[in-house]
Design a binder for this molecule. Sequence first.
Ligand SMILES: [Zn+2]
Length: 147
Amino acid sequence: MKNQLLRIIAIAALALSANFATAHETITAGPNRGRMLTKSKPPAEFLVTAERKVQITFIGADGKPVAPADQVVTVTTGTRAAPTTLKFTKTGNSLLSDAVLPEGNDFPTVVQIKATPEAKASVARFNLNTATCPGCKNPEYVCICGH
Ligand SMILES: [Zn+2]
């Protein structure tokens, strides 16, 4: 009986923290169905490719990709004990990570984008969960239904 009560409290606490995490941020999907990072200028789309690399595409006001110029992008992801830092190389109209994501899922992730190497970085933090959302069918990190 006591154990069951504790479990209910734990589930309620989890539900509450999940709501707080999503309440203050509206996620929008980019043209490639990646997660839009709106703090960078121009806004950037964060996408995990089929090869589990990270692709960053800058999106202009017209919704079309803007070729990267001098931007410097750094992504830190993975377990807190052994995080992985990804560096990026210009590939077509996007920046593509030099390495693949570590094995596993739902990693705390930090994306730092500098307009130029000397500029102050814009920082986006989110959990990189690549499981499919049952509501909007996007990966959870691009969930636009607030599921
Ligand atoms: Zn969703």
